[in-house]
Design a protein around this ligand. Structure first.
Ligand SMILES: Nc1ncnc2c1ncn2[C@@H]1O[C@H](COP(=O)(O)OP(=O)(O)O)[C@@H](O)[C@H]1O
Ligand SMILES: [Mg+2]
Length: 136
């Protein structure tokens, strides 16, 4: 499904809607350029999974963990350029929680075939196109 949001708040709400639908461990692979709203979307997603803490961009670490209805593993691979660099983190891709990955294209070959893909595009200063696809 494709959506257009017109504010950070709308993107958070869209993320929360997705989060509420998640019942089992899964990988959520996020694709989209810098500033497209990946981290904002994750904030909503975490809220929909009943995480109370505010999600911060992991930027200087690869991963942050939040506790909600399920554990939420938030990875940001902005500084990762090959799958070998996330050695040790693969277990989170097949783990007990929701593994949300910004810059998922950096480890495309490691992504499980069953996953949720979220593709974000900048359409204007406040306009974002967000496509959500459950891939089986
Ligand atoms: N519709 C929108 N959805 C999400 N973010 C938006 C929107 N409009 C403007 N923004 C702004 O765009 C930026 C998105 O930042 P961020 O989520 O950190 O992007 P990314 O993680 O993709 O680099 C934020 O400054 C946010 O306020
Ligand atoms: Mg980000």
């Amino acid at each position: 499904m494709k959506y257009i949001t017109h504010s950070e708040k709308e993107t958070i709400e869209l993320g929360a809607q997705l989060g509420k639908q998640i019942e089992n461990p899964v990988v959520v692979a996020l694709f989209g350029e810098l500033g497209s709203g990946k981290t904002v979307f994750v904030r909503g997603l975490a809220r929909g999974l009943d995480v109370r803490e505010k999600v911060q961009s992991p930027s200087f670490v690869i991963m942050r963990i939040y506790q909600g209805r399920l554990p939420v593993y938030h990875l940001d691979l902005y500084r990762v350029f090959s799958p070998e660099e996330i050695y040790g983190y693969e277990e989170y891709l097949y783990g007990d929680g929701v593994c949300v990955i910004e810059w998922a294209e950096r480890i495309r070959e490691l992504l499980p075939s069953e996953r949720i893909e979220v593709r974000l595009k900048i359409r204007g200063e406040k306009e974002r196109e967000i496509e959500i696809e459950w891939v089986k």
